[in-house]
Design a protein around this ligand. Structure first.
Ligand code: ADP
Length: 409
């Protein structure tokens, strides 16, 4: 079975940047064979002992702690490391043909990746109220790169873009319409590059049939589901922010909004404290009291920890309910796809999610499921399952690199 079709093209090197508040992740990809030449991470930007780590395709590893005070220094260091005689992979800076940036929130302004211009940066800035924690840091990465490599074209790929095809009845919340009109409060959805990438891979795997209906489950530390018809998103579980939807590592997912008023009044908690509680201390971590990490949760389940078992049951039950609702939204489905750190590697939650759905045409093959982990891809459904179940690995950086290549070409 051939799941992955490499995008053969002219030799071109693209640097992909994911710039966060105190970290920058990067990958340099050679587009001819879509091969990662180097990848790295800078952490604790703004401190005297910031960390830099880089690995290359020829097995060279570099790790160091040093002062990195801002994003510009971080970006300069990345370029320096890529050019480093011993640990680097480039001889000349001109070998970088384009730079692709991951940008969290494109609001309703971007439904596709775009070449970065002053106007585009202004629009990303206008989306800051929607993505206050991410968009300013994404912009810092873009502006630092402009200073360091002013002649190289830069492209922005938005986490929200793929979901812009949702119909209005899927993205409008049941609150007064003026909040949408005046404040742009609506469902946007996230993980768009991942849902797009794995759904395209699934369509290839299913012989490029037309009008396929696919439910993609991106299950990582953050997680979301997406209902896709003929390659287009028609609904997704995350909302205005990544807090809505399924139960995640540390995020609550859907709750009764009245819980917020209730605890604010009873426990005298501030808005910021409740925000932190729902984003950082809830989800699998909050229910289990063990960890947000699936591997730790499974360890605790194996030791019969009742709250770890409960957290797993809540996590998988919620995903099952979303799959049920998307089967209704799509009027059936051809395939369900699992991806992300949990979706690709952890067979137990997949088994719980797909169990007891025979009446809906979903029959998981328990043995195939157990064997499809750690980078393996493929079908995990029984032969007579009406709906195919697939495990596919995602690669958000590759999506950004492909977008960048297409746009600068
Ligand atoms: P994110 O990108 O959202 O930070 P990832 O997609 O990297 O997250 O997924 C992280 C999750 O994947 C963690 O809960 C981790 O425990 C889980 N995971 C990664 N590898 C495995 C594995 N081999 N077995 C079980 N869970 C795994």
């Amino acid at each position: 079975m051939k799941i992955y079709i490499a995008n053969m093209g002219k030799e071109m090197k693209i640097l992909v940047i994911n710039s966060g508040s105190s970290s920058i992740k990067y990958k340099l990809i050679s587009m001819k064979k879509e091969e990662v030449l180097a990848k790295g991470l800078i952490e604790k930007i703004g401190s005297k002992d910031a960390l830099l780590e880089q690995k290359t395709f020829h097995g060279k590893k570099y790790k160091d702690a040093r002062e990195i005070l801002n994003h510009e220094q971080g970006i300069s260091l990345i370029i320096e490391m890529l050019l480093n005689g011993e640990y680097g992979v480039l001889k000349n800076i001109n070998e970088i043909d384009g730079i692709g940036h991951r940008v969290l929130h494109g609001g309703d302004k971007f439904s596709n990746p775009v070449l970065i211009t002053e106007e585009v940066k202004d629009k990303i800035r206008e989306c800051i109220p929607l993505g206050p924690l991410h968009n300013p840091n994404n912009l810092k990465g873009i502006e630092a790169m402009e200073k360091v490599l002013p002649n190289v074209k830069q492209v922005a790929t938005f986490d929200t873009a793929f979901h812009q095809s949702m119909p209005d009845y899927a993205y409008i919340y049941g609150i007064p319409y003026k909040f949408y009109q005046e404040e742009k409060i609506r469902r946007y959805g996230f993980h768009g590059s991942s849902h797009r990438y794995v759904s395209e891979k699934a369509i290839q795997t299913l012989d490029n049939k037309k009008n396929l209906k696919i439910i993609t489950c991106h299950l990582g530390n953050g997680g979301s589901l997406c209902a896709i018809k003929d390659g287009k998103c028609i609904d997704t579980s995350m909302g205005l922010t990544p807090l809505e939807g399924i139960v995640m590592g540390t995020r609550s997912g859907d709750i009764d909004p009245a819980i917020i008023f209730n605890i604010a009044k009873k426990l005298d908690m501030t808005i910021q404290e409740i925000d932190d509680m729902l984003n950082k201390y809830s989800g699998i971590l909050g229910i289990s009291g063990v960890s947000n990490d699936m591997r730790e949760l499974i360890k605790a389940i194996n030791e019969n920890n009742p709250r770890a078992i409960l957290a797993m049951n809540v996590f998988t039950y919620k995903i099952k309910k979303y799959i049920g609702s998307y089967l209704a939204t799509l009027n059936g489905a051809d395939a369900i796809v699992f991806t992300g750190g949990i979706g690709e590697n952890s067979y137990f939650p997949r088994e719980l999610i797909c169990k007891d759905l025979e009446n809906l045409g979903i029959k998981i093959d328990v043995e195939k499921n157990k064997n499809t982990i750690l980078g393996k891809e493929g079908f995990i459904n029984k032969k007579d399952s009406n709906i195919k179940i697939l495990v596919l690995s995602t690669d958000e950086e590759l999506v950004i690199a492909r977008d960048t290549k297409d746009i600068i070409n």
